[in-house]
Design a protein. Structure first.
Length: 221
């Protein structure tokens, strides 16, 4: 009888040890070399899972093209979309190879004179900014256009308001951005409208689905 009790006790102990070992093994994370990862490895694994979940390959994407670096597009876009942050801006090529047409108020004699004229223009509602580098230092930019006819029409309107303008050709400067949003429910039409109001007439805004290769704000805050 004592032997039977001893055997039952041994069997129960064995079952307990097997169960404990199974629980420990099931809670382990194994990295490729078969070793248990340290804290840093676990954090990377957990971070990677969050990153994949945060991609917007199937979410809202805006593509803004037809821009020029002289128009400071990145700063303008961020300012126009400040209410919908976080947003990722990924530079892309706009694909244009045509010369651009830069509409300018002719260069002033000094920076102070140019700033005074710039303030007058902006106070009257003209979207403009100062050029501080050659070859058109102290001129005031009124926009960069792909269409020469569009630039000429705008030039005529300015001249009818006694605003002197000149039109200069520039080599192609294809700049664009793909924009992705953390919130999939952002109002796409409202955002596109804000961008069109904030950017030069040469800009094109397309609303679509999917920003392939654009990372989430976790990677690009």
């Amino acid at each position: 009888m004592k032997w039977l009790v001893f055997l039952l006790a041994c069997a129960n102990t064995g079952i307990y040890l097997v169960a404990m070992n199974f629980a420990v093994e099931s809670d382990r994370r194994v990295i490729p070399d078969g070793q248990l990862p340290g804290v840093d490895s676990l954090r990377r694994a957990q971070g990677g899972a969050r990153s994949e979940a945060g991609r917007w390959d199937d979410g809202l994407c805006l593509q803004v093209t037809g821009l020029s670096q002289l128009d400071q597009p990145g700063a303008r876009i961020r300012k126009a979309l400040s209410a919908w942050r976080p947003v990722t801006l990924a530079p892309i090529r706009s694909g244009t190879s045509k010369p651009l047409h830069h509409l300018l108020v002719p260069p002033m004699a000094s920076r102070s004179a140019a700033l005074e004229r710039l303030r007058e223009l902006q106070a009257s509602g003209v979207d403009s900014y100062l050029l501080e580098e050659a070859p058109h230092q102290w001129a005031i930019s009124l926009g960069v256009f792909e269409s020469a006819d569009g630039a000429r029409r705008l030039s005529s309107r300015f001249q009818s308001r006694n605003i002197e303008t000149i039109l200069v050709k520039r080599p192609p400067d294809p700049v664009g951005y793909a924009l992705a949003f953390a919130d999939r429910d952002v109002p796409a039409k409202d955002i596109a409208g804000e961008l069109r109001n904030a950017l030069p007439d040469s800009a094109s805004v397309a609303v679509g689905k999917g920003c392939q290769g654009v990372a989430s704000p976790d990677k690009n805050p």
